[in-house]
Design a protein around this ligand. Structure first.
Ligand SMILES: NC(=O)c1ccc[n+]([C@@H]2O[C@H](COP(=O)([O-])OP(=O)(O)OC[C@H]3O[C@@H](n4cnc5c(N)ncnc54)[C@H](O)[C@@H]3O)[C@@H](O)[C@H]2O)c1
Ligand SMILES: O=CCC[C@H](NC(=O)CCC(=O)O)C(=O)O
Length: 490
């Protein structure tokens, strides 16, 4: 049992809530166990962040950045340990968690650039004096992270929040507490003053205590649409608090007029099965033309997918897919597949939960053409790809748009004209052409429409929700105007 779980006001302390365990989903072993933060401890964390806010926000951005850049150096020094911890706790293969650690390092320079470009100071000359736009931090912000990128995605909120001068209370996913603990230890080593970043671990009760806290000024959330909607309801009636929601997707990928079958299949596999399908941007619905070329693409897709190596995160010969986050999540995918079969879908390659004690599943492909209109609009967060065969591009685009989500979408096809047509009609925040729909760039805005988000895109645009603009009209000394309003005499 760990008694240094929560980081509040610069001190590591034991929790007073109920016990939570973190389980290695590939080996079915408890690797971390501790008591969650109680409501009183969440209060302490918010109070510490509030106390730390004035001095942190009044530092110059260069002073704040000097500590944040030290954190980047520590990430670089500890990147292998970090990648190993992420792999152990999530089941993701080490080749992939190394890229997550690299994305965390890259976030610092990108966020610095975004801070200046998106929220910098702008001066415009006026007939008298000048108009100046500046930005100020909100105050104390809560950051909620998901389990699928337990390092990179919370980091994508925390780094820009701290650069802008906010103080933070971080509540990671209860499935990935070790990654959070390790990352916050690096922040501590970087010399972040006490209270500037606080860590409270726990499940839904801890999350509720933090999200509903009167004394937070904002909440930056990455997670499921279900939880995001609950938070949105909680924030109703609090117009002064900023809420940034990055949520799930039911993402479509359309294939049309492709010459290179292997290239298309590669992009489909990367879109649907990377991270065992546990990326918010993963392709969930694949639209393939009902013609001979479409048949060939599907046949090759089945061949390549059957050969995907699934295995342990630390295997010497690395697998493409590791275990899913938990045995329960894996069982959930098998049951989602069964629900679709019950509705009349046809299995082309069965997703198998190979060992019910672990999160290992094989990738699945299911033909839903016959049930496309009655299929539930749900995000199945795992490696199950639903195929729809189509004859008409307009119908495919219409069906692709037939979702309440709108995170990512893509077209694989060799015609620019088709892409322009698709781009003009598809509804999503991320729209790609001849590239996988996963693997979004941190140097671009990242977010979706509909149930996927609330128009506060993260990644490059995270700077926007970390600060509010202040507009000033200024003149060095009080000066009588040369032209007076009618009726005034001086
Ligand atoms: N759009 C994006 O940027 C993005 C990125 C990654 C993951 N996701 C989505 O996240 C989901 C997977 O992550 P997850 O399962 O960890 O998400 P989740 O919604 O279950 O949990 C996210 C966070 O919210 C907390 N939480 C849960 N219920 C709460 C409540 N009632 N009140 C307050 N806090 C609560 C959790 O403890 C966790 O910290 C998928 O839907 C995926 O698409 C979206
Ligand atoms: O699971 C959701 C995130 C998926 C990931 N997106 C990003 O990394 C966005 C870039 C950033 O936040 O810096 C992806 O698209 O694969």
């Amino acid at each position: 049992m760990t008694d240094t779980t929560h980081y509040i006001d610069g001190k590591w302390i034991a929790g007073l809530g109920h016990t939570i365990d973190s389980v290695d989903p590939a080996k079915n072993q408890v690797i971390w166990s501790a008591k969650a933060a109680s409501e009183a401890q969440v209060n302490d964390a918010v109070a510490a962040a509030r106390t730390a806010f004035p001095s942190w926000s009044l530092k110059t951005v260069e002073e704040r950045l000097s500590i944040i850049k030290k954190f980047a150096e520590l990430l670089a020094e500890n990147k292998q340990s970090l990648a190993k911890i992420i792999a152990k706790e999530t089941g993701k293969p080490e080749w992939e968690t190394a890229t997550e650690a690299a994305a965390m390092m890259g976030k610092i320079a990108i966020s610095e650039k975004a801070y200046h470009e998106r929220t910098g100071t702008v001066e415009n000359a006026m007939p008298v004096g000048q108009a100046i736009i500046r930005h100020k931090p909100h105050g104390v912000v809560a950051v909620f992270g998901p389990y699928n990128f337990p390092g990179h995605l919370p980091n994508g909120h925390i780094v820009p929040a701290l650069i802008a001068g906010n103080t933070v209370v971080f509540k990671p996913s209860d499935l990935t507490p070790m990654v959070a603990e390790f990352t916050v230890q690096l922040w501590q080593k970087a010399g972040l003053p006490a209270g500037v970043l606080n860590l409270v671990q726990g499940q839904v009760e801890t999350g509720k205590a933090l999200a509903s806290h009167q004394n937070i000024d904002g909440l930056f959330f990455t997670g499921s649409s279900r939880t995001g909607k609950i938070l949105h309801e909680q924030f109703a009636g609090h117009p002064g608090k900023i809420l940034a929601l990055e949520m799930g997707g039911n993402n479509p990928l359309i294939v049309k007029g492709v010459a290179d079958i292997d290239a298309a299949v590669h992009d489909i596999v990367q879109s649907a099965f990377v991270t065992s399908g546990q990326r918010c941007t993963c392709a969930r619905r694949l639209f393939i033309e009902s013609n001979e070329q479409g048949d060939k693409i599907l046949a090759r897709l089945l061949e390549v997918t059957k050969a995907i190596k699934v295995g342990h995160y630390d295997a010497e010969e690395q697998p493409f897919m590791g275990a899913m986050i938990s045995a329960a999540a894996a069982a959930g995918m098998a049951s989602a597949q069964q629900d679709l079969l019950n509705l009349g879908a046809k299995s082309l390659l069965k997703l198998e939960h190979t060992d019910t004690d672990t999160g290992f599943v094989t990738p699945g492909i299911i033909d839903v053409t016959d049930i496309v209109t009655e299929m539930p609009d749900e995000e199945h967060f795992g490696p199950l790809l639903k195929v729809v065969r189509y004859t008409d591009f307009d119908t495919a685009i219409e069906q692709a748009n037939n979702t309440s989500f709108g995170l990512s979408a893509g077209l694989l096809g060799d015609s620019k004209e088709d892409y322009d047509y698709f781009l003009a009609r598809i509804r999503a925040g991320i729209v790609n052409w001849n590239r996988p729909i996963t693997g979004a760039s941190s140097a671009a805005p990242f977010g979706g429409i509909g149930e996927s988000g609330n128009h506060r895109a993260s990644a490059y645009y995270a700077a926007d929700y970390c600060a509010y603009p202040v507009a000033s009209v200024e003149l060095d000394v009080v000066t009588l105007p040369s032209t007076l309003s009618p009726g005034l005499t001086f």
